[in-house]
Ligand binder design. Sequence first.
Ligand SMILES: NC(=O)c1ccc[n+]([C@@H]2O[C@H](COP(=O)([O-])OP(=O)(O)OC[C@H]3O[C@@H](n4cnc5c(N)ncnc54)[C@H](OP(=O)(O)O)[C@@H]3O)[C@@H](O)[C@H]2O)c1
Length: 241
Amino acid sequence: MGKLALVTGGNKGIGFETARQLARADVQVIIGARDAQRGAAAAAKLKSEGLNVEAITLDVNDAASIAAAVKQIGAKHGKLDILINNAGIGVQDGTTKVSEQKMETWRKTFDTNVFGLIAVTQAFLPLLEKSPAGRIVNLSSILGSITLHADPKSPIYNFKVAAYNVSKSAVNAYTVQLAYELRDSKIKVNAVHPGHVKTDMGGPAAPMELVDGAKSSVEMALIGSDGPNGSYTHMGRTLPW
Ligand SMILES: NC(=O)c1ccc[n+]([C@@H]2O[C@H](COP(=O)([O-])OP(=O)(O)OC[C@H]3O[C@@H](n4cnc5c(N)ncnc54)[C@H](OP(=O)(O)O)[C@@H]3O)[C@@H](O)[C@H]2O)c1
C-alpha cells in the first residue's frame, strides 16, 4: 500500500504546493479545505496534472468537521501516513503595538494556529498509529523563534506581530511536547519554517517562490526512520527555538 497524506489548508498557497509535490513523489494526497468548493477546485487542478489527489472538507476550528474527516478517511483508507498541519491565519497588521493587540485577535489567531492544529493532530493520531511510519509536520514560522525575537541582532527582531508570533512559538512548544510522547513510537513530529513565501499570507513582495516554500514541509513529510523527531528546521537547517 502506498503512502497517504492529508494537508490541512491545502486548497491554496504553501499547502496546495505541498500537496502537488507530495503527489509527484507518489504519495496519495487528500487536500483538507474548510470550503468544499475551494477544496474540490484545488484537487481538480492537481488531478488535471495527472496527480493522485482528492479533497475533503475540513475546518480545523470545527470539531464536527474534524471528526467527520477522520471517519471518512478511516472508512476509505484505514490509516494515515502523513499529516501536514498547514492551515494557518495571520489576522493582524504589524503596526499595532504588542501591548495593544486586541484579545479578539489573540483568541482568533490561537483558535486556528494552535488549538485547531492540536485538535486535528489528536483526532488523526489513531489513524497515524495504523501507519508503519507516521509523520506529522507542523507549519511553524521563524517568527515563532523566541531566541531570535530576544536577540537585537537577529533579522526578525523588529517583527513583533505578537499574536501570530506567539501562536507559532506555541506550535513549536507543542511539537516538542508531543515528540516526547511519541519518542518510542513509529510516528515522528517536526516543526518547519517554510520561508517567507509569496502567498496570500506572505504577500507579493516575499522573496521565496511557492515551489521552494513547500520544500521544508515535503522534506519532513518524507523522512525515514533515521529522521528527526521534535525538530524545528528550514530547508534542512535547524533553527533556534
Ligand atoms: N507565507 C509565508 O511567508 C509563511 C511564513 C511562515 C509560515 N507560514 C505558515 O505556512 C502555512 C501556510 O501559509 P500560506 O502562506 O500558504 O497561507 P495562505 O495562502 O493564506 O493559506 C492558508 C490556508 O489555510 C487555510 N485555513 C485558514 N483557516 C482555516 C481553518 N480554520 N480550517 C482549515 N483551513 C484553514 C486557508 O483556507 P481558505 O482558502 O479557506 O482561507 C488556506 O488554505 C501557515 O500555517 C502559515 O502560518 C507562512
